[in-house]
Design a protein around this ligand. Structure first.
Ligand code: CTP
Ligand code: MG
Length: 222
């Protein structure tokens, strides 16, 4: 199946101590790993969304890789995704995988599950069941328990036909930006499939996540 990709890399990485997408992970910059992984799944074109002024850095970081183009992101992830959608050249019915640069390990099998699910759904996202028991807490005290039955941890890439996700964003009226595209499409009435996620799709959020992700790298590239 022909599909396109968007990799959002315009965040500041504040919780990781800054600039996480440019940092080294086992000998390669995080962004380069994310882009190489998505290219390897066969994406026809990839738009990389970076912060204003970071295009040159992207060009240097991705030297030697073909099939990608840069776009300039916004102040929220949702704004960056919309900038990426606007920069695509594919037709409205083409599937697009929207992916966080901060998830550099992308198993091929997940992409296949997403594309398969798009045959029968308006969107698809990888997710893992919540393993720990969940508590509500306030000011250091436990305040209740949350039933984890039916709760999932959402990952990326998330898959949609380009026109479906663009239309859903066009009518998003909440004051708050959405967590991700699956929320936007689902709230617009779309049926969004949950497909099996993968622990390797962990997001680099805090400084300690880098060591964990490095341990999950395929042995030959570690
Ligand atoms: N992102 C983006 N544009 C933004 C904010 C986030 O493209 N305005 C991207 C990030 O670069 C990242 C992905 O969205 O690849 C997931 O976001 P997150 O993990 O929250 O990254 P940051 O926003 O960079 O980190 P933090 O929230 O800790 O500042
Ligand atoms: Mg963020």
């Amino acid at each position: 199946m022909t599909f396109s990709g968007i990799i959002v890399a315009a965040g500041s990485g504040a919780r990781a101590g800054g600039d996480k997408q440019w940092r080294d992970l086992g000998g390669q910059p995080v962004l380069r790993r994310s882009v190489e992984a998505l290219l390897a799944t066969g994406a026809q074109e990839i738009v990389i969304v970076v912060a204003p002024g970071a295009e040159l850095r992207a060009t240097e970081t991705l030297a030697g890789l073909d099939g990608w183009r840069a776009a300039i992101g916004g102040s929220t992830r949702a704004a960056s995704v919309q900038a990426g959608l606007a920069a695509l050249t594919c037709p409205p019915d083409q599937p697009v995988l929207i992916h966080d640069a901060a998830r550099p390990l992308l198993p091929r099998a997940v992409v296949q599950r997403l594309l398969d699910a798009l045959e029968t759904h308006d969107g698809a996202l990888p997710a893992l069941p919540v393993a720990d028991s969940l508590r509500r807490g306030r000011q250091g005290f436990m305040d209740g328990v949350v039933d984890r039955d039916g709760l999932w941890r959402a990952q990326t890439p998330q898959a949609f036909r380009r026109g479906v996700v663009e239309q859903a964003y066009a009518v998003w009226t909440d004051d708050h930006p959405p967590a991700d595209e699956a929320v936007v499409v689902q709230q617009h009435g779309g049926r969004v499939a949950l497909v099996a996620g993968d622990p390797r799709l962990m997001k680099l959020t805090y400084p300690e996540d880098f060591a964990m992700a490095e341990a999950l790298l395929p042995r030959q590239t570690r």
